[in-house]
Design a protein around this ligand. Sequence first.
Ligand SMILES: NC(=O)c1ccc[n+]([C@@H]2O[C@H](COP(=O)([O-])OP(=O)(O)OC[C@H]3O[C@@H](n4cnc5c(N)ncnc54)[C@H](O)[C@@H]3O)[C@@H](O)[C@H]2O)c1
Length: 358
Amino acid sequence: MRVAILGAGAMGRTVIGHLQKCGTVQEITAYDTSRESLEKTRRECGVEGSTSLEKTLDDPRLKLVFITASNAAHKDLALAALRAGKAVMCEKPMANSLPDAVEMAREAARLKGFLQIGFELRYSLLYSTVKKWIDEGKLGEIRNIQCNYIAEEYWRSSSWRVKNATGGSMFGEKLSHYVDLPRWWSGSEVEEVYALSSPNIVSYYEVRDNYQATCRLANGGVSHLTFYMPFGETTDTDDPLQDMLDRQKDTGHELRYLVMGASGGAETDVFNRTIKRWAYRETPRGFESKIEETITWPKEQDHFYFHNTHDQTHDIVRRVQEGLPPSISPEDALETMKVCEAAEMSVGRQEAVKIRDL
Ligand SMILES: NC(=O)c1ccc[n+]([C@@H]2O[C@H](COP(=O)([O-])OP(=O)(O)OC[C@H]3O[C@@H](n4cnc5c(N)ncnc54)[C@H](O)[C@@H]3O)[C@@H](O)[C@H]2O)c1
């Protein structure tokens, strides 16, 4: 199969690495508006590219494209690729605005095309273990989900991510993963969001750098996210994720979920590389918790336990080759977009926003 990367930056090169390990992909090509990005990709990955989208898409051997360009380009690239009859995997956020994302989902439905959005945390061994426990009924109905995400980041002042026009919003660019998981785990849609944000700490971010956001779920449950990204530019590494875990541990940083169900709970802790599950039992004195499972993983397995883009890439290739639908439908991804939009809107309006009013 022939596959193209639309956007030959850091993420594009990561996906190329996964594709090169996937035995069923024979040819990889790249498209980017920047010659510099294409040259870097040729040098580092051995993949040739073009600055012509038309030429890239006008190739009957090309079956699948990965949209790994910066966020502002997602909609136009997705529409062009779908209209050219290609299967599309588009990085999160689906788009930089809700109307753009709606248009993408509509076009995929009209053309009966393949469109999957990059929520690779659904492939992670860490978070899919929680999903498995929930589906097996080990936690009972989900009542309360708490995410504490307090992590130093590596966005430079020159990054497209720090500007609203190019990055979109912090919710779309970064937190879409973390509002997608509670929806997926609980199987219950978000109905209402109330979010607050204090003035930024990182002065050069135009996008917000902190939130307290609470979601009401359709099953009556509540999901809350505490997010701070307080310090910029403290690392010069090319592997910020690895660096993040090793350098920030024990200095007040965490990425932890507590998932509480009616009959048990689970905790995921990225910095301590641990997943735990406990069950409640009724005793004559009242309820007690008992740890049932604790899983840890070595640093070498971080990719598979955390942002598992490897398995996501291979699964998408397989699905397209076998004519299967996406594992996450465009409509499903759109619901996560709505939560992101509602959260940003709620901060601006200083009131709760109902998803049905969007
Ligand atoms: N799923 C994840 O956890 C994850 C992690 C990193 C990045 N991403 C996503 O991947 C995308 C790219 O991020 P990155 O870190 O590689 O950024 P990057 O800045 O390294 O690369 C972006 C590339 O897009 C190119 N580009 C911009 N506009 C374009 C257009 N109209 N057509 C073609 N190419 C264009 C740029 O020239 C650049 O080469 C973003 O959407 C980001 O959110 C997702």
